[in-house]
Design a protein around this ligand. Structure first.
Ligand SMILES: *[C@@H]1O[C@H](CO)[C@@H](O)[C@H](O)[C@H]1NC(C)=O
Length: 439
């Protein structure tokens, strides 16, 4: 069985005598969320499917707030960092899994979080409180918590423009494409990007932009040395909401982006240099951040790589186009001249040197990306396949190339199909009326 979405989870009832976060000891006893004395706790772990025969304990303690979240949740992690750094007890904000009220898709959960997303904060304060009874978006929740608990712990600099810039940039430009690293390719697109490759490239670009927003004073180079005090994103030795917002995404990025490296012999660092220093520093020197780091990573390593094989669904993760290069690569690079009739960023069209008709044009993707033949196509290739057919139609419509009223547009796929070059190509043949035979 495979988990199709992040966070199919179950909660089991158990008891613990001290408020601790244990490690993920075994697949079935990964106790993650702290417990208060003699009180049932939700032990949360990812599972391939939602609760089946599990002892499901719905007995949430009577806290003013319940944060519905699971350890691997990226956006929830920013709220957990706020809570951990402010040392807010479970009596005030309890953290439990949405599975405890039927899961993300249950009617009860959707009453709190209309899109069925994590995290979500249920607010159960008595009158005279007359605000919303739930908040369903992580930045809103984090800012609510900062306001609610402004008297304890660090302020997280809610009015620092540099912090706000990083938070907004993260949520507007990174969050929509965050899924590029783990979403199965059947669920395209990634934000504004039609395929994983271009989304990952945009993700890296936006990390570089955020790197540029970081303060430049001393300490922001982040050495990661255990003796230094943690260097936060906005400088000044004080944590900000920008740190809490960006850090969990960087946990994902630092773990997953290397799996998509274009050239494994020359791996690209997942984070730009100053973010690397900041990230290493926080996860080794700051207790709250390192706790969230372990919460996310334990799930990624033990579950996604182990039990539910999420990676199996992810095109390009650890997979690369290792098929031998062909003559088309030399045509693309210009080492072999060709009579190019059309070219853009994605496709190249040139006349066949052994034409089988008065006009015979070949259309190829410039980036083969595993498309040695059409039979290798996946959803990741949806965009380039569309572009090739669009180019074929436009070329066949171009009388200056010698086409009349129509063309034959053919893909020879594989040895039985008569394919001669292992790089997907579309033939556009015309300039005369074609016969009726195909085979
Ligand atoms: C956090 O709060 C608990 C009480 O809820 C207290 O025992 C503990 O010492 C606090 N930890 C820190 C680091 O302040």
């Amino acid at each position: 069985m495979r988990a199709g979405i992040l966070g199919l989870i179950v909660a089991i009832g158990t008891t613990a005598s001290t408020a601790v976060v244990s490690g993920f000891k075994s697949p079935l006893t990964r106790t993650v969320i702290a417990a208060t004395a003699n009180r049932p706790v939700a032990a949360i772990f990812p599972s391939a499917m939602a609760a089946t025969s599990v002892d499901n304990n719905n007995d949430a303690p009577e806290a003013d707030h319940v944060l519905y979240d699971v350890p691997v949740s990226n956006n929830g992690a920013r709220c957990r960092i706020v809570l951990y750094k402010k040392n807010i007890s479970r009596d005030r904000v309890n953290i439990i899994s949405p599975a405890s009220i039927g899961g993300l898709k249950s009617a009860e959960y959707k009453r709190l979080s209309p899109l069925g997303l994590m995290p979500c904060l249920s607010i159960r304060k008595a009158a005279p409180y007359d605000g919303p009874s739930s908040l369903a978006e992580s930045d809103t929740i984090a800012r609510y918590l900062l306001n609610e608990y402004s008297d304890v712990g660090p302020s997280f600099q809610p009015d620092n423009p540099r912090s706000n810039q990083i938070c907004r940039w993260h949520d507007m430009y990174l969050t929509p494409i965050q899924g590029c690293m783990y979403k199965p390719s059947s669920r395209l697109p990634f934000g504004d990007y039609p395929d994983r490759k271009s989304a990952i490239s945009a993700y890296r670009t936006n990390l570089n932009i955020i790197e540029g927003f970081m303060a430049e004073e001393d300490g922001m180079t982040g050495t990661g040395s255990p003796s230094s005090s943690p260097s936060y994103l906005c400088g000044g030795g004080e944590v900000s909401l920008a740190d809490a917002t960006l850090f969990p995404s960087c946990v994902f990025a630092s773990y997953m982006l290397p799996k998509f490296d274009e050239d494994p012999t020359r791996p690209m660092p997942p984070l730009p240099p100053r973010l690397t220093g900041w990230f290493d520093d926080l996860r080794s020197n700051d207790e709250a951040f390192s706790r969230v780091y372990r919460e996310i990573m334990d799930t990624l390593v033990t579950s996604w790589e182990g039990t539910n094989r999420r990676w199996d669904d992810i095109w390009l993760a650890g997979l690369r186009d290792t098929a031998p290069s062909t003559i088309f690569d030399e045509i693309i690079s210009g080492d072999i001249p060709a009579d190019v009739v059309r070219e853009d960023e994605h496709v190249l069209a040139f006349r066949d040197i052994n034409p089988m008709a008065p006009v015979h044009v070949l259309i190829i993707p410039k980036d083969r990306a595993g498309l040695t033949s059409l039979r290798k196509a996946t959803a990741e290739h949806t965009n380039i396949l569309g572009r090739m057919l669009l180019a074929a139609g436009e070329i066949a419509n171009d009388e200056t190339l010698g086409f009349g009223d129509g063309a034959r547009i053919v893909i020879n796929d594989g040895p039985d199909g008569g394919q001669e070059v292992n790089h997907l190509h579309v033939h556009v043949l015309g300039g005369r009326k074609m016969g009726r035979t195909f085979g």
